[in-house]
Design a protein around this ligand. Structure first.
Ligand code: MF3
Ligand code: CO
Length: 258
């Protein structure tokens, strides 16, 4: 069931989104070669606590084991749901960060991919194109139109570069719970509801340099590419209301591509 939000609820979700993006603006400069991913998680927990929010991912269960951190940190061939650890970031790594905050009962969800130090041209192009896929998807959001035109927009852009689209995971409704209906796949698949005022969606292309096939590690969370090639991930939370699309999370690319 798709839960449409009223203006007051969208206002609450917007506040949560602004908090999350503010956190990222401080975090992005810290994601450099040498830092351990667990240090990033500690910093994030501390920041969210001080800001008066709650890290939604911490303790979240979709499978058997609760997610054990406040942020997902997926490096290189890791696609999503990477668990922070003692692993250090190295020069040239592509580091995907994905985080969510609950503030006064309202949820935000945003992801970015950061090139640590000097990443090569291949990684840079994948990262740029994945960001473009996100904006192509958002541009395709329109009240009255069908949802899978968003999915088609994401897929066709990625395909034109020969990249692999991750079929096993998708975007989703969000705002009151982290994952709500509808699913927002990055290729046309499954239910195709009409988009309407009051919808709040997390759109999140996960694009691979090689195959779109992925597998989950024994930690039950970390998703990696089947061929070991690099993967990128960008996500915004958006709302449809008064016939317009508002990107509720702030654009962060100018803090990343400097
Ligand atoms: N943005 C991701 C998603 O929508 C993050 C979820 S991580 C989890 O699936 F730990 F909360 F599951
Ligand atoms: Co999400």
């Amino acid at each position: 069931m798709i839960r449409l939000k009223n203006e007051k609820q969208i206002e609450g979700i917007r506040k949560s989104c602004k908090m999350l993006s503010a956190m990222y603006r401080e975090l992005i400069p810290l994601v450099k070669p040498g830092i351990q991913t667990i240090e990033i998680d500690m910093w994030v927990r501390d920041w969210i606590k001080k800001a008066g929010g709650r890290p939604v991912f911490l303790g979240y269960t979709i499978k058997k084991k609760p997610y054990p951190a406040a942020i997902c940190i997926s490096v290189n061939e890791e696609v999503i749901h990477g668990i922070p650890s003692k692993r250090r970031i190295h020069d040239g790594d592509l580091v995907s960060l994905d985080c969510g905050i609950e503030l006064d009962g309202f949820i935000s969800d945003q992801a970015v991919s950061i090139e640590a130090g000097n990443a090569g041209e291949t990684v840079h192009e994948l990262n740029k194109v994945t960001l473009e896929c996100l904006y192509r998807g958002i541009t395709a959001v329109k009240a009255g139109d069908r949802l899978l035109q968003v999915s088609r927009a994401v897929e066709s852009h990625a395909k034109s570069f020969g990249y692999g689209i991750v079929y096993d995971f998708c975007g989703h409704g969000t705002g009151i719970q982290l994952h709500e209906d509808p699913q927002v796949p990055n290729y046309p698949h499954g239910p195709n509801p009409k988009m309407s005022n009051g919808m709040v969606l997390a759109i999140e292309p996960m694009i691979n340099a090689g195959t779109g096939d992925v597998r989950v590690l024994d930690d039950e969370w970390t998703v990696i590419t089947a061929d070991g090639k690099v993967s990128a991930h960008w996500e915004h939370t958006i709302a449809v209301f008064n016939g317009n699309t508002e990107i509720l999370t702030d654009p962060l690319e100018s803090y990343i591509f400097v």
